[in-house]
Design a protein around this ligand. Sequence first.
Ligand SMILES: Nc1ncnc2c1ncn2[C@@H]1O[C@H](COP(=O)(O)OP(=O)(O)OP(=O)(O)O)[C@@H](O)[C@H]1O
Length: 302
Amino acid sequence: MADSQADPIVQVRGLRNSFGDQVIHDGLDLDVRRGEILGVVGGSGTGKSVLMRSIIGLQTPDAGDITVFGEPTIGREETEAVEIRKRWGVLFQGGALFSTLTVAENVEVPLREFYRDLDPTLLSEIASYKVVMTGLAAEAGPKYPAELSGGMKKRAGLARALALDPELLFLDEPTAGLDPIGAAAFDGLTKSLQKTLGLTVFLITHDLDTLYAICDRIAVLADKKVIAVGTIDELLALDHPWIQEYFKGPRGRAAENARDALQGENDTGAASREEQNPTELTTRQRAGDPAAQMPEHAARTS
Ligand SMILES: Nc1ncnc2c1ncn2[C@@H]1O[C@H](COP(=O)(O)OP(=O)(O)OP(=O)(O)O)[C@@H](O)[C@H]1O
């Protein structure tokens, strides 16, 4: 959960982005609070990825101000920008692994980039640690991306994003393309990283289960802006048609029901149920998710 409402780790003000005549953002404001998982949703093409790219400096906006860790990020000298970039990790859509490098070598890329004199043994030890930290077997380290399943590729991408011990993690549709069990396991991993490492997470997703299961707040992009930010209950109190349709459509209701069902289970005491039937496993336990014990995980609905 967010430590403080008054402690934004990312602040975006008056952002404008366009490509030719196509205006993507106009007057967009957003705060990401320290310690929260902020879900970012919106219809296709509303500019979620462009927003992320603007924050991490891959897209130069037409106008607006962006600060990360209290530092302005637009127009900085490269040496200053590097110091800021070191403090975040990014998992791009699809993982964006280098196909000619092994998983471990992929994880080593940012370490080599930012710490050129790192001892090779230490480099390899850090890479192995990050691989295992994402729930991959150590044996995945020497494998090439083509030898991995979709879920393993996402974890490998996450291991690379975590290479520099970031304070802030950007995830662009991390569960897209994963089967429901794999997606739930990835959600669990994200939540456990937030809790154990104190990470702040900016998470672009279309996945309603992810929103219900792990997001502290949700930002909704529409009409070239962030039209609302809040918890799901706060968003549901608004009468914006897209928000109502998104959360109250059949998939939204299914995700809500799954969350409520799981909360009900937790309220009645999972421990006593286990005593009655010690062989009963949750979906995520069956998926082998190390973070499967956490009550925040709702059952996936699709
Ligand atoms: N480099 C670019 N050049 C031209 N247009 C671009 C560029 N990058 C993005 N766009 C356009 O900006 C708009 C927003 O793209 P973006 O990828 O941010 O959408 P999104 O909300 O992430 O969509 P989705 O949910 O489908 O991934 C789209 O119309 C896209 O075609």
